[in-house]
Design a protein around this ligand. Structure first.
Ligand code: SAH
Length: 519
């Protein structure tokens, strides 16, 4: 959204954006557009950190919440930051969890801004009290059961006379089948349950708690007023959670549990490939319910010098075959061709082989080229064997554009069969600088269920990057993309818990789904 177009002449302003309850997909379309054009983002603990990936690289991020050792900024300090940044001509996005007005002091911030002459607007959002129950299989209203839903703060002491919450009325609504969603109530769960019972509700009145709703860490229990405290202790459920009281909590209809039934729900999976490659793999795993942690072990960097590669690409018509062995190779070739103002027509007449489906796909996506050969098994030996078996390679000129660390099998086998091989490194792989804090913390806290290795170098680099902490991998299960990676893992002393039968990303995803799902 072009803020300047929508608000001609407007300089600094604040947009209060409701971030939704946790899943970054639950921000509104308008909120996301504003976030993407922010100069400054002021955010707190419950707004999904993944949303920050959408802000411009040069945007200023100001964290004002309470987390780890950090002290939360006071409301006055937050107000000051908003006014100052807006008055300096910035588009300031104030990101707040759930719906910004609902138990979020959003309206106070907006009023303060107006009083100080700052133009400000707010956008509504998806609130946790409704969204978290949905993802736990509970509709907050129901045509036959619940005609009211009441959103209540559980923060106030229900036994104090001056409490603004009318528990007697709440008990009356619940008795008629109505639903009550308590926010910020886990610390007072015992009091809430007692007070509701003292107003006449039975101990077996259904209740549910949903922690971290809509996120991969979501957990919930279904209980009742009489045993909620014991059940919550047993399950170890803590804040942030919604306490839901009412008949709907006992609904358990097939189909409503879609969120937790996803095949990888509850699994924390580490992905070790480069950041550029991680997203497609990560989003497939995420779609299936996994909590994905990106732990890139490899950086892709250009060759030291492009001159040789540019020269062979320019003269590609001198070759009978062009062989590409990864997505990175295709991307690098496309970029070099673009640099030299060449398009796909430049490759006309040259036969093209891709080592596997991902390389073939990116040839199609990026260059609109359908390769002449993709082997049935996605390893160098199969590519060589099928080229030799199906095409007369003797005396043929073949150009192989590959990574610096490729195994020599492919050129050796082709050369033995009489092909003339020209090899060039089109990208280099380097050991990543280090593992992210998020990765190390998750491993140290033993929260990682699976570590996935998508090439030999991801396994080698992971072991290198962990150094003396290598044994942390012993607490995880390890997944391998195929036999070559498995061999390297075995050499490194890493056990293989599952190996993909098809050596590509969809194959690895399928293998994980297969081992994880209850038999
Ligand atoms: N404005 C927010 C609520 C802020 S109050 C909204 O509209 O959702 C903070 C409380 O919201 C927490 O104590 C918890 O009760 C609830 N909450 C926020 N995110 C949650 C989540 N993902 N799952 C369960 N409860 C959540």
């Amino acid at each position: 959204m072009n803020d300047e177009l929508l608000n001609p002449g407007q300089k600094g302003r604040v947009v209060l954006v409701s971030a939704g309850p946790g899943d970054p997909g639950l921000i509104t379309a308008a909120g996301l557009e504003y976030l993407a054009s922010a100069d400054v983002v002021v955010y707190d603990a419950l707004s999904s950190p993944k949303l920050l990936a959408h802000v411009q690289l040069d945007a200023e991020l100001i964290y004002v919440g309470k987390r780890g050792g950090n002290h939360a900024k006071t409301q006055d300090e937050i107000n000051d930051i908003l006014v100052q940044k807006a008055k300096s001509g910035k588009l300031v996005i104030r990101l707040k969890g759930g719906d910004a007005y609902l138990f979020g002091r959003g309206a106070e911030e907006l009023a303060y801004l107006a009083k100080h002459g700052v133009d400000a607007i707010a956008l509504p959002g998806v609130t946790a009290g409704v969204a978290a129950p949905m993802m736990a299989g509970i509709p907050v209203t129901h045509r036959k059961i619940a005609s009211t839903v009441t959103l209540v703060t559980g923060h106030e002491d229900p036994t104090k006379d001056e409490t603004a919450v009318d528990y007697q009325s709440l008990a009356g609504l619940i008795a008629k089948g109505g639903t009550v969603c308590f926010y910020m109530g886990v610390g007072r769960l015992s009091l809430i349950c007692d007070v509701l019972q003292s107003h006449g509700l039975a101990a077996d009145t259904p209740a549910a708690l949903v922690q971290w709703g809509t996120t991969p860490q979501q957990r919930h229990i279904v209980t009742n007023l009489g045993k909620a405290v014991t059940d919550v202790e047993k399950a170890g459920i803590s804040s942030p959670a919604i306490i839901l009281v009412g008949q709907v909590a006992a609904i358990s209809e097939p189909g409503l549990d879609f969120f937790t039934r996803r095949p990888l729900f509850g699994q924390t999976i580490l992905i070790t490939r480069t950041r550029q490659q991680a997203s497609a793999f990560g989003s497939q795993l995420g779609y299936l319910g996994a909590d994905v942690i990106e732990a890139p072990t490899i950086d892709i960097v250009p060759p030291d010098d492009w001159a040789d590669v540019d020269a062979v690409i320019k003269d590609v018509k001198n070759y009978d075959w062009l062989i590409l062995t990864s997505r990175n190779g295709v991307t690098a070739m496309r970029d070099r061709m673009a640099e030299m103002k060449l398009d796909a027509r430049h490759l006309a007449g040259v036969k093209i082989a891709a080592i596997g489906s991902a390389t073939a796909e990116s040839l199609e996506d990026e260059l609109k080229i359908i390769p002449d050969l993709v082997p049935t098994k996605f390893v160098a030996e199969s590519l060589a064997a099928e080229l030799i078996a199906k095409h007369d390679v003797a005396g043929k000129k073949m150009l192989l554009l590959r990574a610096d660390i490729a195994r020599p099998a492919l050129p050796e086998l082709l050369a033995e069969a009489g092909a003339q091989i020209t090899e060039h490194v089109i990208y280099q792989t380097k050991l990543a600088d280090g593992l992210t804090d998020e990765t190390l913390l998750a491993l140290r806290e033993k929260r990682v269920d699976w570590v996935t290795f998508t090439s030999s170098s991801t396994a080698r680099n992971m072991v290198d990057l962990l150094g003396s902490e290598k044994d942390l991998l012993k607490d995880c299960k390890l997944a391998s993309i195929g036999p070559i990676t498995s061999k390297t893992m075995t050499d490194l002393g890493l056990p293989i818990d599952v190996e993909a039968s098809q050596s590509d990303i969809p194959g690895l995803v399928a293998a994980l789904v297969d081992v994880v799902k209850p038999k």
